[in-house]
Ligand binder design. Sequence first.
Ligand code: IMP
Ligand code: MG
Length: 179
Amino acid sequence: MTDDLTNIPYETLISETQLQARIKELGQQISADYAGQDLLLLCILKGGVLFLTDLMRQLSIPHEIDFLAVSSYGKEVRESTGVVRILKDLDKPIKGRSVLIIEDIVDTGHTLTYITNILNARQPASLKLCALLDKIERRRVNIPVDYIGFTIPDKFVFGYGLDLDEKLRNLPFIAVATG
Ligand code: IMP
Ligand code: MG
């Protein structure tokens, strides 16, 4: 398959049907686990956006959303350094709230380690992680991921929120480049 707009050849790694079925399961699990709590879904921009909007439609419990935008240095050498700059901070304090981070993918784990350190200092009641994709083979730092959509091999993926040079976030499935 070749993308009509960008001419990039790719194949589907995780289909739209597979994504939506798994997100429904995650929504049911999170709804049960957080029943009665003051749940805040904290989406990491930009990659987590499609996952957030589908996941929240599968939640049966009240919740709020907020967004954090970060840029990580060092990605040009295909590995984040863990030095993260906050581009857009949260709108509201998280002290005493049950915070669930919604992230597109955990790779080395550096970015999330840095983010969780910053957020834990703000004293939430709890801070857990939900990642759609986990590239477990690439992990450099041990960071517990509480909810994982899919474990994937060490390949660069895009679509469904994840970008290829800022494009193709709109694909409704997870793609992997071919050729
Ligand atoms: P980490 O600090 O190495 O865990 O990097 C995590 C971040 O790198 C994710 O939030 C993504 O923005 C980006 N990333 C890692 N792997 C991929 C990929 O295969 N496709 C698109 N972005 C990726
Ligand atoms: Mg990301």
